[in-house]
Design a protein around this ligand. Sequence first.
Ligand code: UDP
Length: 349
Amino acid sequence: MKVLVTGGAGYIGSMVCIELLNEGHDVFIVDNFSNSEMGTITKIMGITGKMVQYANVDITDRTALEVIFRSYQFDSVIHLAGKKSVSESIENPLQYYYDNLIGTVMLVQLMQQYDVQSIIFSSSATVYHPASICPIQETATLKSSSPYGRTKLAIENFFRELTAAHSNFSVVLLRYFNPIGAHSSGEMGEKPLEVPNNLLPYLMDAVSGKRPILEVFGNDYDTVDGSGVRDFIHVEDLAKGHIKALYYSMQNTGCEAFNLGSGTGYSVLQLIDTFAKVNEIDVPYHIGLRREGDIPVSFADISKAQRFLGWRPNKTLEEMCIDAWRWQLKLLKEQHVEAQIVFPSKKTV
Ligand code: UDP
C-alpha cells in the first residue's frame, strides 16, 4: 500500500513509518519539522534499509498538500501531525484549533477530492471524561478538560459525522495512553525540540543533569503509593497498533475508536523505581504539589483492540525504561553533552 503519514518525522510518526516500511508498504511523509528533525528521515531509511519520500509541508498549507495528492495515489492516510501540549493549548487555543482542526479538515478535503477513503487518526486518552472508571472502555463518556483535548474530541466528532454522511469512508480513531520508550535499535526516540510535556523526558533530564531534579506531582492520591497512575505503552507496540488499524480500515467502513495502551496502570513512583533499577542509575526526585488538571488514575481496557485489530502489546515496563535510557545516552553523545549525574549513581554514564 502507499500510505501518507502526516507528522511522520515525529516521535510516534517515525516509529509508525518504520513499521510500515518493515511490512513492505510505501511511505510518504509530510511534516513541517516544527518539533522534529529532517535527520529522522535518514534514520528511518537507515534502520529499515528502505527509501522514504517526504515533503517539508504544513498540513494547513492546502496548495502544497494538494501537489502531493495530485502526484501520488494514496491508499490510506495515517494522520499524526498536530500540536500536542496541554499547557501550550491553554495559552494559545487559537493555534491549537487552527493547526489541529483546520489542518485535519484540509487533509480530508483533499482525501475526498483525490478519492482516498481511509484514515487512521492519532487521538488520545485525554478525550475521556476525567472521572472515567478504569480500565477505561471506548464507550466511556467523552469530555476533555483542555483545549488540546477538545481539539482531539472535535476531530473525533467531525469524523463520526463525516462517516455518517459518506458510507464508503473509513476512519480509525486510535486513543493513545502514555507512549514512552524508544526504538529497540537504540537509534531513534523522543527528541522534543520544544519544552517537553511528559513525565519521561523530565525524568531523563533530571537523571542526565539537564534539570536539577524531577518533581513528582503529588503523593496524596488514592493510589498504591499516592502518586498518579498511568498506562505506559512502549512506542513500538503503539506503532504496531497503527499497522493493524490500517488493515482493519481496508476491510471496514465507518468510524471506530480503539484504545492503545498496555492495559496496566503503574504509578509515577513505580516508574521511577523501575527506571532506576533496570538502568542501575539514581533518579533524583522530590515530591511536589499535585499538578492542576491531573487525574489520579488512568489506564485502558484494550480488549476491543485485541479483538477487532488483533493487536496486543508485548513490551514490559522494564523494556520501556531500558530503551528510553539507551536512546537518551545516544542523544547525549550526539549532542556532545557529558551527562552530569547529580546524585551518586551506581553506573557511570
Ligand atoms: N508527572 C510528574 N512530574 C512531571 C511530569 C509528570 O509527576 O514532571 C506525573 C503526572 O502528574 C502524571 C504522570 O506523571 O501523574 C504522567 O504525566 P504526563 O504529563 O506524562 O501524562 P498525562 O498526565 O497527560 O497522562
